[in-house]
Design a protein. Structure first.
Ligand SMILES: [Fe+2]
Length: 282
């Protein structure tokens, strides 16, 4: 296995490794450390069946099953399909417009995602990049007055509010069924979390799912969140991933937030995501 930096800021590229066969504990440990030290890790040139992708993801922990269950891969509910391909009956094979806003995966759950692993099955010749922000740097570079204002505070995360907002802006989003809605209760998480593996602190709020600050007046909380979001989007700590076929892109949702971008819908973009559930943020 060879590693090299992805960008000046953060991220690591891994080559010369085959994840379709089981890794021994030493190789797995090295890969795990490389990932969590870097926030974003791309493993190039993989050929992964759904079973192989799931088996690799499981070594990191329990897998989350996404609430939008119409987009789970049939027979493999651990895989969320992100795709603009249509079935013969015209229904979408996958979640087409997922994540086109800054967010951390499933931060609206009690035990949000530790990591997400997205496998490029088919990609357009250009566009459809995935952007990342380093939220450890966002915390470290946060002005002192903002640090003081969020000290010890928690924020509310919600999927349904985000879904409603996007419905209004873009239209045509798949509706949330009653059963799906029953799973989606709002949760609160600390605004600054400590990452278990490294002990580093990271800002843990995102424009996609974070809506209010617990115990703070609504307008004041909103203004404070907007200031945190503006700081978090600084391009000084951004990495933009340009996909290659066979990429398995892994990101640590505790320490980065991400944003999908548009592409020409004349092309197919078809991806398989596995999501590793983490502990309750502290
Ligand atoms: Fe996402």
């Amino acid at each position: 296995m060879k590693t090299s930096p992805l960008s000046e800021g953060f991220g690591i590229e891994v080559t010369d490794i085959d994840l379709s066969a089981p890794l021994d504990d030493a190789a797995f440990g090295a890969l795990r450390k490389a990932w969590f030290d870097s926030g974003v890790m791309v493993v190039r040139d993989q050929a992964l069946t759904p079973d192989a992708q799931i088996a690799f993801a499981r070594r990191f922990g329990d897998l989350a099953i996404h609430v939008m269950d119409q987009f789970l891969l049939p027979g493999h509910p651990e895989i969320l399909v992100l795709s603009n391909r249509k079935r013969p009956d015209g229904t979408p094979e996958g979640f087409e417009d997922a994540g086109r806003y800054w967010h951390s995966d499933i931060s609206y759950e009690e035990r949000p995602a530790l990591g997400s692993q997205l496998y490029a099955v088919e990609i357009p010749p250009e566009g459809g990049d995935t952007m990342f922000q380093d939220m450890v740097r966002a915390w470290e570079t946060l002005p002192d007055d903002l640090k003081q204002r969020i000290e010890g505070r928690r924020a509310l995360h919600s999927y349904t509010r985000n879904h409603k907002k996007n419905e209004t802006q873009e239209g045509g989003r798949p509706a949330i069924s009653a059963a799906q809605g029953a799973r989606l209760t709002d949760v609160v998480h600390p605004i600054v979390r400590t990452v278990e593996d490294t002990g580093r602190k990271a800002l843990y709020v995102n424009p996609g799912f974070t809506w209010a600050i617990e115990g703070m007046d609504e307008a004041e909380g909103r203004a404070l969140l907007d200031a945190l979001f503006a700081h978090s989007r600084d391009r000084a700590f951004r990495y933009v991933h340009k996909w290659r076929p066979g990429d398995l892109l892994c990101w640590d949702n505790r320490t980065v937030m991400h944003h999908a971008t548009m592409y020409d819908p004349a092309y197919i973009r078809h991806m398989h995501r596995t999501t590793i559930r983490g502990p309750r943020p502290v």
